[in-house]
Structure formats: C-alpha cells, structure tokens
Design a protein around this ligand. Structure first.
Ligand SMILES: CC(C)(COP(=O)(O)OP(=O)(O)OC[C@H]1O[C@@H](n2cnc3c(N)ncnc32)[C@H](O)[C@@H]1OP(=O)(O)O)[C@@H](O)C(=O)NCCC(=O)NCCS
Length: 146
C-alpha cells in the first residue's frame, strides 16, 4: 500500500505511470520470492494496462498473485487499486503480468516449487498462464530469429 505524493506526479498532476510500474515490479518480486524462497529477477513485463488515472493523494494497493510456474519462471498477475481518502472506495486502475525467474547465488535460473492449485479458478488461471508463457517463448524466439 502506498500514498501517492506530489513527487509521483506527471505534468498533468496525475500519477506518473513509472511510479506505478516500480511498485508493480516490487509486488511481483515479493510474490515470486515468497514462492521460490530464493532470489528472483524480473525477466519481462507484458500487458501492462493503465485503466484509469491515479491521483496524487490516493492510496494505492498492489496485489500480486502467482498464476503459473514453469521450471524456474513464475508468472505474477498484479492488480492495482486506487482509493481516494475522501471516499468512494477502491477502483481497479491497472493490471499487469510480470515474469519473474528464480536464480541461484551465481545468477543462473533455479528450479521453483510447484504451485498449489486449490480451486477450479486456480487451475483455469494456471492453464491460461501456461498458454501466455508459451506465447512469450514463441515471441522471443521470433524476435531473436531462431
Ligand atoms: C532472466 C534470466 C535469469 C534468464 O536467464 P537465461 O539464461 O535466459 O535462462 P533460460 O533461457 O534457461 O530461461 C530460464 C527461464 O526464464 C524464462 N525466460 C527467460 N527469458 C525470459 C523473458 N524475457 N520473458 C519471460 N520468460 C523468460 C524461460 O522461459 C525459462 O523458463 P522455465 O525455466 O520456467 O522454463 C536472464 O535473462 C537475466 O538474468 N536477465 C536479467 C534479469 C534482470 O536483471 N532483471 C532486472 C532488470 S534491471
């Protein structure tokens, strides 16, 4: 949870997207490190959607949930909710999928534990995450020309 202050503002007086992205990255790092119980690095961001503006003075809450794990990679779904202290309740203002990779002490990828899938929804999200991870792999291969 973070209070947005004037130093977070862009030229229009709303919150700069980069201030939100930084917190999204930290949130993904916490979720991934808790799961992997080792150091993790950010491998990629995709589909970062800023749905509504965030205002200086809002309190912003970041929620990170692991949706998929591979061998060493984890997909973290981060939802961003903003709330004006004057009232109105929290609004969903953004979401992102972040791929984090667990690494050992030499910085090489390290195997992560499997994800416990307790509900039908967890299983659905896991399958969707698996498909997105495959698409990322294809896109990387295509951009690297291999
Ligand atoms: C992420 C990193 C450790 C991957 O190392 P690598 O040598 O490419 O390792 P591999 O090819 O074996 O890939 C390891 C895993 O990462 C995944 N991965 C690698 N690059 C990825 C990318 N750009 N996006 C998503 N996943 C990626 C692979 O799919 C693989 O997943 P799996 O183990 O679950 O099958 C390495 O690229 C790195 O250190 N990057 C810099 C990270 C960093 O410093 N982030 C902060 C930026 S300031």
């Amino acid at each position: 949870m973070r209070l947005m202050v004037p130093t977070d503002a862009n030229f229009h007086g709303n919150v700069f997207g980069g201030a939100i992205l930084s917190e999204v990255d930290r949130t993904a790092f916490i979720a991934a490190s808790r799961h992997a119980k080792t150091n993790c690095v950010t491998a990629s961001f995709d589909r970062v959607d800023f749905i509504q503006p965030v205002h200086v003075g809002d309190v912003v809450d970041f929620d990170g949930q692991i949706t998929y794990v591979g061998h060493s990679s984890m997909e973290v779904w981060v939802q961003v909710r903003s709330e004006a202290l004057a009232g109105g309740g929290p609004r969903l203002v953004g979401e992102a999928y972040v791929t984090m990779v667990a690494v050992d002490s030499t910085g090489r990828p390290a195997v992560v534990p499997p994800l416990a899938l307790a509900s039908e929804e967890d299983r659905r999200r896991f399958e969707e995450g698996r498909l997105r991870m495959e698409q990322r792999r294809h896109a990387r291969r295509a951009s690297q020309g291999s």
